[in-house]
Ligand binder design. Structure first.
Ligand code: NAP
Length: 348
């Protein structure tokens, strides 16, 4: 079996930026972009990461508002372009940005495998990686860029109605006919919750934004959007107690509980969208890299992407519970590729 110079696990901005740099350094990188499975769809870990589950990206430098149709038509391979959603004409969207990054990595010779890495052995060299399809790969250096996924509350009723009205991705599921012109519920008070509520307000009759405190965590510009949107009804100091529904219709409502008293309140709703933060995708590492208390990969050298194992580097949300932005992830991917390149040069 040929030993790879560098394997990159993950296909968000960190993974593709790492691939672009590694490919241009003649490292012939191999990217595992993730498997297309029902389990990954439900947990939000399909290829192209979280940006592929979002709408307009307004804060990625270099993409001001504007119509990118012609650029997308010329930059992306026709076979991929024809299955992408039509361009909105309002600047880059998450899926467009990810396809552009993937294409750029491919243009420089990156090899891409549509599979998950489910097991790693970092105890001996070369490192061994096992995929969901059962294949084994060997690598001198590895860049982990597997990102993070959306959290659920863990209520039994929430679990019972997953895919039947309960979702953690408004952008993936919000346009379904079952949610049209119906009241919907979004849980959370951060940027994601506000973004999801704003998106859903295009389809829903009312969006109840349920937040456990009396002040949004979201950035001012996003919070103002929610506060001024007539279709968004903020339920302050409230938590989701139960999702109501039945076999035939799926979700029909929610029971909210006050966080300041003992009141319970029932609301009619056809959907419940969770937007309460994220969990890093580090389980497959099975304790072989040091993690922090929130299970994010610990970077062991200041201002570098080194992990607790020499030759293994980490970039993006999987190692960042603080910034968690597309642009910081892309920057970290570049750093990881440069760190891997220098490490390989020093050890070969
Ligand atoms: P977040 O900022 O961590 O917010 C999570 C929200 O969920 C908080 O309001 C939190 O309440 C609430 N929450 C957490 N656990 C809960 C529980 N068990 N029950 C009820 N509520 C709970 O996460 P995020 O909104 O996903 O954002 C993550 C990062 O991505 C942020 O840096 C954000 O700025 C960024 N982001 C940016 C954009 C954009 O710029 N377009 C869009 C989305 C996300 P508390 O406030 O009480 O803690």
């Amino acid at each position: 079996m040929a030993v790879e110079n560098v394997v990159i696990i993950g296909s968000g901005p960190a993974g593709w930026s790492a691939a672009i740099y590694a490919a241009r350094a003649n490292l012939n990188p191999l990217v595992f972009e993730g498997a297309i499975t029902e389990e990954n769809r439900v947990s939000g870990t399909l290829p192209l990461g979280q940006l592929n589950l979002t709408t307009e990206v307004e804060n990625y430098a270099g993409f001001p508002a504007g119509n990118l149709t012609q650029f997308l038509d010329t930059a992306i391979e026709p076979s991929v372009r024809q299955i992408m959603a039509p361009h909105s004409g309002h600047g880059v969207s998450g899926p467009e940005l990810m396809e552009l990054m993937r294409q750029q990595a491919k243009n420089f010779g990156t090899r891409i495998v549509t599979d998950d890495i489910v097991k790693v052995d970092f105890k001996k060299r070369p490192f061994t990686l096992r995929s969901l399809e059962g294949k084994t790969y060997e690598a001198h250096a590895v860049i982990v860029a597997t990102g993070a996924r959306a959290n659920y509350l863990g209520l039994p009723s929430e679990d019972a109605f997953k895919n039947r009205g309960v979702s953690a991705c408004a952008v993936c599921d919000g346009a379904l006919p079952r949610f049209r012109n119906k009241p919907l519920v979004v849980i959370g008070g951060g940027d994601s919750a506000v973004e999801e509520a704003t998106y859903l307000s295009k389809f829903a009759s009312t969006v109840y934004l349920v937040h456990r405190r009396d002040e949004l965590r979201a950035s001012k510009i996003m919070a103002d959007r929610a506060l001024s949107n007539e279709k968004i009804d903020i339920q302050w100091n409230s938590e989701l107690n139960e999702v109501l529904g039945d076999e035939r219709q799926g979700v029909t409502g929610v029971v909210l509980e006050s966080t300041t008293g003992k009141d319970h309140k029932k609301l009619e709703a056809a959907g419940v969208f969770l937007a309460i933060g994220h969990t890093p995708n580090t389980k497959f590492l099975d304790g072989q890299l040091e993690l922090n208390d929130k299970k994010y990969i610990k970077l062991t050298v200041p201002f570098r992407t080194n992990t607790s194992v020499e030759g293994v580097f980490a970039a993006g949300d999987v190692a960042d519970d603080y910034y968690r932005q597309a642009i910081t992830s892309a920057g970290a991917g570049c750093m990881a590729a440069l760190d891997a390149e220098r490490w390989l040069a020093a050890h070969e």
